[in-house]
Ligand binder design. Structure first.
Ligand code: FSX
Length: 364
């Protein structure tokens, strides 16, 4: 499905040009595979596929977001961001990372899209605000929604990086003042891969791109279009505190004996049992730690409905705090049916009328 960048070299040719030996590239691929918790044999196979793979043109668009996703991506250990953008892909437009600005940047994007029409990978981070005619997020005098529609036309595939572009994320949370939507609500006729997380784990972003380039195909996805290899298990499935959960040993406050003994954080609001992501295996900062290991429960940031359906942060879902169902944030999740009403209310939201793909967006 993926084709090479206009007049570009394959990944193997690019590596040769940079003086990177076959041996060290295999080492790199097996390290990347192990960072993805995959066996070394997968790394070997990936190295062979990647060497022959065309180096695709990538256009990276950022909309309504906090730039946490790109911050995360730049901290990828395997592959590193340099390796990714110099050897594996051709990053032709990214307004945050690129040196060019203004018209030079705009024309770089237009040129990349024209030269590689039908072949480039479009990465999107941030949700797409549709309120006020798209005025909440504009660049170069154009709204995010127009820029997305135009860029999607010539894309071979779209990778949504972060929960905002995948499911709407924080901007989509009630009362959603900007009319924010995920990419799937705007574009319905392209292969879309959701790499959710607020932000996503850096190696999950780079690993998904590596797989996409190596195989030229969209990887196996779950029902929310997330790559199964990273989102196939809940945090709870792989959590090192799981034995305490099974024994019924729960910390009741952040400084009680249970917390000091490393007991399960479920009663302090951990959303690990219903959150699919790779934090418990890949961890963060090159495998140093992850929130639960640092003493705080999982927020469930990679799931549809984050933030609204994942509150309260430090209490079990459905316990205490407020529901957003009543104007002025009244209401209480403890009241019977509060959570169900929240879910119904999100589901009732209709994407912009011009969207022919209403059914495509991922309702929580
Ligand atoms: Fe959203 Fe990303 Fe959270 Fe931030 O681009 S997923 S707010 S980490 O930056 O989109």
């Amino acid at each position: 499905m993926l084709h090479g960048h206009h007049g570009e070299l394959t990944v193997g040719e690019m590596l040769r040009r940079h003086g990177i030996s076959r041996r060290s590239f295999i080492k790199f691929c097996t390290a990347a595979a192990s960072a993805m918790a995959l066996p070394p044999s997968v790394g070997l196979a990936m190295a062979e596929q990647l060497r022959q793979a065309p180096r695709p043109s990538v256009v990276y668009l950022s909309f309504q977001e906090c730039t946490g996703c790109l911050e995360s991506l730049t901290r990828s250990f395997a592959p590193t961001i340099e390796n990714l953008i110099f050897n594996i892909i051709s990053l032709d437009y990214d307004d945050t990372l690129m040196a060019a600005a203004g018209e030079a940047a705009e024309s770089a994007r237009t040129k990349a899209m024209q030269d590689n029409f039908g072949k480039y990978v479009l990465i999107v981070d941030g949700s797409v605000p549709t309120g006020a005619g798209g005025a909440y997020c504009t660049a170069g005098g154009r709204s995010a929604v127009d820029t997305l529609r135009e860029a999607a036309k010539g894309a071979a595939a779209i990778v949504c990086v972060g929960t905002c572009s995948s499911f709407g994320g924080i901007p989509f949370a009630d009362p959603n003042p900007t009319g924010a939507w995920p990419v799937t609500a705007i574009v319905g006729d392209k292969p879309i891969i959701n790499v959710s997380g607020c932000p996503p784990i850096p190696e999950v972003i780079t690993g998904t791109l590596l797989q996409l380039v190596a195989t030229g195909k969209v990887p196996d996805l779950d029902e929310h279009r997330r790559p199964k290899v990273f989102f196939g298990n809940t945090i709870h499935d792989r959590c090192y505190r799981r034995p305490f959960y099974d024994q019924g040993k729960f910390a009741k406050s952040f400084d009680d004996e249970g917390a000091r003994n490393g007991w399960c954080l479920y009663e302090l609001g951990c959303k690990g049992p219903t959150t699919y992501n790779a934090c418990a295996t890949l961890k963060w900062n090159g495998g140093t730690s992850f929130p639960i290991e640092s003493g705080h429960g999982c927020l469930g940031c990679s799931e549809p409905g984050f933030w609204d359906l994942r509150r309260p942060v430090r209490g079990r879902v459905g316990q205490g705090r407020r529901s957003f169902t009543t104007p002025g944030f009244g209401g209480d999740c403890n009241r019977r049916g509060g959570r169900r009403r929240d879910r119904r209310r999100i589901r009732r939201r209709q994407p912009p009328a011009t969207t022919p793909q209403r059914a495509a967006w991922h309702r929580p």
